[in-house]
Design a protein. Structure first.
Length: 313
C-alpha cells in the first residue's frame, strides 16, 4: 500500500509542476519579448526546459510506479534514471542557447524596455517555484524518486536565477546600465550548467549499476550479522539501484551442521531484517556450504571468521 501511495504522490506533484511551469514559461516569454530583455527571455527558455523536464518526470513516474511484469521482471525503476538523464541533457541545451543569445546581445547593445513587467514576472516566478520545488523535494525524499528530485533541482535553479535577474533588472532601472542584461543571462547559464551536471551525474549512476553506497551497505551487513547466529557468514555482497528500487545480491556460507530448512529460515530472517532497514529492497540470497569438510563446528576455530569479517565482497 505504501508503494502505491508513493506512486500517487509522485504523479500528483509532477502534475502540479507541469501546470506551474506552463504558466510561468508563457509569462516569461511574453514579458521578455515585450521588454527586449535577453535575461528575461533566457529565463523563459529556462522555464521552457523546466516544463519539458516536468512533462518527462510526470510520464516517467507513472511508468516507474508500475509493478514488475513478465517483460520487466526487475520492475520499471530505470524509467526514472532515464528521465533524469534526459532532463540533464535538456538543461545543458538550455544553457547553450542562453549563452549564444547573451553573446549576440553584448554586441548589439540594445536597451531593455518596460522593466516593471520583467520584475513582476520574476517575483511571481520566485514565489511559485519556491513553493513547488519545496513540495517536489519533500515528495522525492519520501518516495526516493530520482525523476521528482531532478524536477525539484530544475525549479530550485530557476528560483536562484530568477532572483538574480530580478536584482539585475532593478540595477538597470537604477543605473541605466543595459549591459547588465546580457551579463546576467551569462550568469544564469552558468548556474544552469552546474545544475545540469549534478542531475546528469546522479541519473547516469543508476544506469550503470553503481553500488548503493557505504551507509546502506553497512545496514545490509548489520542485518546479516544480526540473524546468522555465528553459523552463516557473508561471503559476497552486490548492490545496485534503479529508480527507488534497491537490488541486493548476497552469497552466504553456511556451517555443515545446518540443515536446508534451518538455512532457509536464516535467509528469511535476513531478508526481513534488510527490508526493515532499507526501503524498497529486493533481496536475493544464495547459500553455499562451508568448504571445510573436516570442521568440528567449534566457532573459535571456524575458518569462516575471515569470510565474515566484512572484508570480502
Amino acid at each position: 500500500m505504501t508503494r502505491d501511495q508513493d506512486a500517487k504522490d509522485n504523479v500528483n506533484v509532477a502534475r502540479l509542476s507541469v501546470i506551474s511551469n506552463t504558466i510561468l514559461t508563457s509569462g516569461k516569454f511574453i514579458c521578455g519579448f515585450m521588454m527586449g530583455s535577453t535575461a528575461v527571455i533566457s529565463e523563459g527558455v529556462h522555464s521552457g526546459i523546466d516544463l519539458m523536464a516536468a512533462v518527462i518526470a510526470f510520464f516517467s513516474v507513472r511508468q516507474s510506479g508500475k509493478p514488475a511484469d513478465k517483460q520487466h521482471p526487475f520492475g520499471h525503476g530505470r524509467f526514472e534514471n532515464i528521465s533524469g538523464f534526459v532532463e540533464g541533457v535538456l538543461i545543458f541545451l538550455a544553457a547553450l542557447l542562453i549563452i549564444i543569445e547573451a553573446i549576440e546581445k553584448l554586441f548589439s547593445m540594445s536597451e531593455v524596455r518596460e522593466l516593471g513587467w520583467g520584475m513582476a514576472i520574476m517575483g511571481v516566478s520566485v514565489v511559485a517555484n519556491t513553493i513547488v520545488s519545496t513540495m517536489l523535494f519533500r515528495v522525492a525524499k519520501k518516495t526516493d524518486s530520482v525523476a521528482i528530485e531532478a524536477d525539484g533541482e530544475h525549479l530550485r535553479t530557476d528560483v536562484i536565477t530568477s532572483v538574480g535577474v530580478l536584482l539585475g533588472l532593478g540595477a538597470i532601472q537604477l543605473t541605466g546600465w543595459h549591459l547588465l542584461d546580457p551579463l546576467l543571462a551569462l550568469v544564469v547559464a552558468g548556474l544552469i550548467l552546474n545544475a545540469a551536471y549534478r542531475i546528469t551525474k546522479k541519473s547516469f549512476e543508476g544506469l550503470i549499476d553503481t553500488t548503493l553506497g557505504a551507509s546502506e551497505e553497512r545496514k545490509i551487513r548489520d542485518a546479516v550479522e544480526s540473524e546468522t547466529q555465528k553459523r552463516v557468514w557473508l561471503r559476497s555482497l552486490r548492490t545496485r539501484k534503479a529508480g527507488a528500487d534497491r537490488f541486493i545480491d548476497l552469497v552466504l556460507v553456511a556451517c555443515h551442521e545446518l540443515d536446508i530448512e534451518t538455512a532457509h529460515e536464516v535467509c528469511d530472517r535476513i531478508e526481513i531484517s534488510i527490508n526493515g532497514r532499507i526501503k524498497n529492497a529486493n533481496v536475493h540470497i544464495h547459500v553455499e556450504p562451508c568448504p571445510d569438510l573436516e570442521c568440528d563446528h567449534v566457532f573459535e576455530d571456524c575458518i569462516l571468521k575471515e569470510v565474515g569479517s566484512g572484508k570480502a565482497r
